[in-house]
Design a protein around this ligand. Structure first.
Ligand code: SF4
Length: 253
């Protein structure tokens, strides 16, 4: 299977990080080994075994991640891998990206792609009433005076923004839909609705923090389009939202 360029950024940074870590572990092993011998003769062996286990776990984890991405199926523990990628690797990748001149935005896009791939590989299935479509407020037409935070169904369906189409999707598949004005409200919506899976639409920053905060709930993240600049009259590809819903419901279109 072809790896899309965005995912390649994350994998490239991961390989780079692994090489640096292997080198640091070698130094960590080599430098104190002489001193340890003076404390106790078996300490160097114990220390070597601990570091060897660490290297083995890192190496096999990295390989598992790359194989899961290539094959596109859950080989082994892909839900755990998703957690490790979100909670541990991602902050490292931002740091590494800075070192080698890859922008935060690109690393975030890459992380979102990779997360979506791992969620899809795991074939999470859920019932419609346990699936939540979570949208950013900026997708509503800026001049629309109807209050849709709290209840998206207040929308009158005039068609000036994509809230109309997204509401129709929610009706068609009987899935929940909500609009959040920020991270705090998004977290509250998740606590109140207790979804088993989420299709989230947002910008790079909100999606990455949302995916991290929601773990272990599987989230498929869809980047919004910003033809008018950030945070105003944003758009989303409705087909991508539909595909993500169907990935979770396991239905044919
Ligand atoms: S589609 Fe709904 S939310 Fe969008 S402008 Fe029309 S009434 Fe307002």
């Amino acid at each position: 299977m072809e790896i899309k360029p965005k995912k390649r950024i994350f994998i490239g940074l991961l390989v780079f990080t692994c090489l640096i870590l292997f080198f640091l572990i070698f130094l960590l092993w080599y430098v104190p080994i002489v001193g340890l011998k003076n404390i106790h003769p078996s300490l160097p062996l114990f220390f070597t075994i601990v570091l060897a286990v660490l290297v083995f776990l890192m190496f096999s984890g990295g390989l598992l991640l790359v194989f899961t991405i290539f094959i596109g199926k859950d080989i082994f523990l892909s839900h755990k891998l998703r957690g490790i990628v979100a909670k541990v690797l991602f902050p490292f990748m931002i740091l590494m990206g800075r070192l080698v001149g890859v922008s935060k935005e690109k690393v975030r896009q890459s992380f979102i792609e990779l997360n979506n791939h791992l969620v899809r590989s795991n074939h999470h299935r859920t019932r419609p009433n346990k699936l939540l479509i979570l949208l950013p407020h900026c997708i509503q037409d800026f001049d629309c005076e109807i209050k849709i935070t709290g209840n998206v169904k207040n929308c009158k369906g005039c068609g000036k923004c994509e809230i109309k189409d997204l509401n129709e999707l929610s009706d068609q598949y009987q899935v929940k839909i909500a609009v959040a004005t920020g991270g705090t409200l998004a977290r509250r919506i998740i606590v109140d609705n207790r979804p088993e899976a989420i299709v989230a639409v947002a910008c790079e920053l909100d999606l990455t923090s949302g995916i991290q905060d929601s773990y272990p709930i599987p989230v498929i993240g869809i980047l919004n389009e910003r033809p008018n600049g950030p945070c105003i009259n944003t758009k989303v590809d409705i087909q991508k939202v539909r595909d993500a819903i169907l990935d979770f419901l396991g239905n044919d279109p």
